[in-house]
Ligand binder design. Sequence first.
Ligand SMILES: Cc1cc2nc3c(=O)[nH]c(=O)nc-3n(C[C@H](O)[C@H](O)[C@H](O)COP(=O)(O)OP(=O)(O)OC[C@H]3O[C@@H](n4cnc5c(N)ncnc54)[C@H](O)[C@@H]3O)c2cc1C
Length: 112
Amino acid sequence: MQRHYDIVVAGGGPSGLQFARTVAARSDYSVAVLEANDDLSENDTSTGGTFRQIVEGYDLPESVVMDTTDAVEFEGSGSWACLPVEAYVLDFPAFLEFLGEDAEREGAEIHT
Ligand SMILES: Cc1cc2nc3c(=O)[nH]c(=O)nc-3n(C[C@H](O)[C@H](O)[C@H](O)COP(=O)(O)OP(=O)(O)OC[C@H]3O[C@@H](n4cnc5c(N)ncnc54)[C@H](O)[C@@H]3O)c2cc1C
C-alpha cells in the first residue's frame, strides 16, 4: 500500500466504488478506497432493486442482474401505485464485487 494518494474514498459501497471506478478510468489521479468490512460483498444494506438508468449508466454486466420486471409497486403510508416501469433486481454482493474489480482494473486500489 503506497502512503500517498491523490484521492482516498471512505467506504466501498456503490457510491464510493463507482466514484473510484470513474475517476480511475477518466483521470491520472491515484485513487484508494478504504472499506471497513473484510470484503466488499459484506455490505448488505440493499435488496438490489434498481432501474435501467443504473444498469446502463454503470455499464453493468448481465451477471450481476438477478431478475427483471416490467412493473413496480410503490407504497407509501396509506397509498400505493403499480406503474409500468422496467426495473431490475441486482445481486448486490456480485454488483459490489464487479465495481471493485473494475475499479482495480482501471488502476484504483481497494483496501478492506
Ligand atoms: C434494508 C435496505 C434495503 C435497501 N434496498 C434498496 C434497494 O432495493 N434499492 C436501492 O436502490 N437502494 C436500496 N437501499 C438503499 C441502498 O442500500 C443505499 O442507497 C446504498 O447502499 C448507498 O450506497 P453508499 O455507497 O452511499 O453507502 P453504503 O452502501 O452504506 O456503503 C458505505 C460503505 O462504507 C463503509 N464504511 C462505513 N464507515 C466506514 C469507515 N469509517 N471507514 C471505512 N469504510 C466505512 C461501510 O462498511 C459500507 O460498505 C436499501 C437500504 C436498506 C437499509
